[in-house]
Design a protein around this ligand. Structure first.
Ligand code: SF4
Length: 113
């Protein structure tokens, strides 16, 4: 089983900030090693892992860590792989498009000279 905090990385490297963050020491899942599977196989229940995440004091930090590093497997921050992909897509859609000036984004066409 992969370590909680040594995920398989896809595109982004772990930063010094990640390593120094220290939030991992408060991870609730550390109390359930060997009891709850945070990397269940396809089709297996995520319920127990998600229940642990629900009471985790560093849930947000864990989720942002997994999102930023694009961790592909397991339950992180209470979300499954699919849920994290969906959240990344939602955030991407909500971002302003690059390459457009602010005036192009905010001024309706009818108000252009
Ligand atoms: S949110 Fe879940 S996976 Fe993340 S540190 Fe907490 S218990 Fe572990």
């Amino acid at each position: 089983m992969p370590s909680r905090f040594q995920p398989t990385l896809t595109e982004t490297a772990v930063t010094e900030t990640d390593l120094a963050a220290g939030w991992q020491q408060f991870a609730e899942c550390a109390h359930y090693a060997g009891e709850v599977d945070f990397f269940p196989a396809r089709g297996e229940s995520l319920r127990d892992a998600k229940a642990v995440c629900t009471v985790c004091p560093v849930k947000n930090e864990c989720l942002e860590f997994a999102l930023r590093l694009k961790v592909a497997h397991g339950v992180w921050g209470g979300l499954s792989e699919r849920e994290r992909r969906s959240l990344r897509r939602e955030r991407h859609r909500a971002e302003p498009r690059s390459g457009l000036r602010t005036s192009q984004r905010t001024t309706p066409p009818s108000q252009h000279a």
